[in-house]
Design a protein around this ligand. Sequence first.
Ligand code: GLA
Ligand code: GLA
Length: 664
Amino acid sequence: MSKKILFPQIKGLLHGSDYNPDQWLDRPDILEKDIELMKKAKMTSMSVGIFAWAAYEPSEGEFHMDWLKNIMDKLYENGIYTILATPSGARPAWLDEKYPECMRVNADDHRAHHGFRHNHCMSSPKFREKTGIIINKIIDTVGDHPGLAMWHISNEFGGECFCPLCKKKFQDYLADKFDHDINKLNKAWWTSFWSHTYNDFSQIEPPYANGEFSIMGLNLEWKRFTTWNTTDYMKSEIEILKRRTPNIPVTTNFMQLFPGLDYRVMAKELDVISWDSYPFFHNNYETFADTMARSSFDHAVMRSMKKDQPYMLMESAPGLANWHRYNKLKRPGVHKLFSAQAIGCGSDTVQYFQWRKSRGAFEQFHGAVVDHLGTDDTRIFKEVAKVGEMLDNLSKVKGTLVKPKAALLFDWDNMWAIENMRGLSDETKNYPQTCADIYHEFLKLGIDMNVVASDDNLDDYNVVVAPMLYMLRPGTADNLKKFVKRGGQLLATYLTGYVDDNTLCFLGGFPGNGLSELFGLISEEIDTLYDCDINSATFTNGNKAKIHDYAEILRVSDADVIARYDSDFYAGTPVVTRKTYGDGKSYYVAARLDMNTMSELFKTMLEETETPYYVLPDGIEYHKREDENGDTIEFYLNVTDKELSFSTISGDKLTLEPYGVKIF
Ligand code: GLA
Ligand code: GLA
């Protein structure tokens, strides 16, 4: 496959920022100064107009578009490209006043008042009509501008609406999904429970706070509907953009494993994946290396949505955020480290929120490249300029890819189903964190993992870990069997294969849908442990493992038992098993084991598939990108505040300053 270059116009990697000139239109001196400072910081793009609707259309049908063209001209003349937003992230007051249907209704059935942002009814025909008009005006003005590099659709989609329009759309969506057969839905949702059987699709309501939220199938489908409806809205914008500017790529900015939307569904409609990253650096509950590892995991989620091309870090805070529980400054050096991590994980951009601090309102104290001080000699500005320098010199990295041999399975609807199931402990389910912790163990072995869906093609991978795969989609069991049969090593855990994609339990033993054959066992019960409950496991080689939170009791029929429980009434029964299946092996880990033990299992799986790994020194993070000829670019990151000296994977001596970075 030939390389996909995201921004061929730019020599190095893109260095950009959200830029809100619409807040400074009465200050030409500031706008002038911005350009001068942007060049000093080696900025190559600006994301413009994200919340500029009121500046474009101050009252209904009255358009002021000239400022946009002027700004884009200025930027372009100075070598800076524009990533232009559609302004549907926030609504002007006149719109809400005249068309209240654009404002969302919450789960208590109350319509919102005008204000805030990201809170539109995605079903409202009026909202679609009005965003369509303003988008067309923008295209009329700058659709053929040479500086236009990309469309940024709206901003950080999210949230649910319970209005009558959404309710009706939900009913129509369900009727389509269940072939207009209400009994099909009743069966799939087990509505005979508590006499909740429906006679007609028109009786079904969204899960209002004082309504129906006891049907797991309904709750799950509501989440899927919200994704579907948000995507449907997003497509209404994309349709206009693609029709009128077919050569300009489109993206929208995602947020980590945002629980409200299945990003993989939305990703299919986008040309490029981009996301916003705001790690809680230097917090009081984990090490800095842990924070970095979680950030790297989030990058992997984004990378894996379009793994054959680079993605974008659309936003990050140059200094601090203003909405964390504690808004801590990034320590000197961390900005470059964090930016290098993004590139190492496969991003071809580093971008910020925002260029210049606003004077007032909600984000006046949010970090920005240019402070209220307004000069180029601040610590933050200088650190940003250093990153600009680094990106300018990384043109060789452009279009190269991270190509992991290991993958972690994560499904959004599995996350929803686990959160929503009544059972276990809501305090310790921790599905996303469990995934991130496993990712972290591989990271310590110098292995980047992709984070993929359970029904994705697994041909590229030697090792797959599928933690807590509670819900099996229709193709998942076969997909996993195929993977192991052809020589893959698979590890699954407690809570695998309990329910189908409507959340109906499988009958005849978990894991269901034929998956028990792959592991050679059935899980009969699951125990939830208090944190004072002590249990452990002993492996056949004598090694011990600690157990916390969850412990399943197994009936093993056709697998090697490699560890057994030490205590409780299930002492002596199997906890870790391994089965040869086709040319591969399947592991089942029936309890939540300590991560050191998990790491030993991962090492065995890597060794058996001849996948090279390297136990990195504590405090060192490593990533690798490759071009189509197999040439590599390696990233060593010191994720501590101490100087570290160590041997690289190829055996060279390397010393990294605190938070230091070396790119080979
Ligand atoms: C109550 C109800 C039952 C059932 C149980 C579950 O006792 O009467 O219908 O819901 O709780 O614990
Ligand atoms: C999000 C939004 C931005 C800004 C930042 C602040 O990422 O997209 O508009 O509000 O948060 O951290």
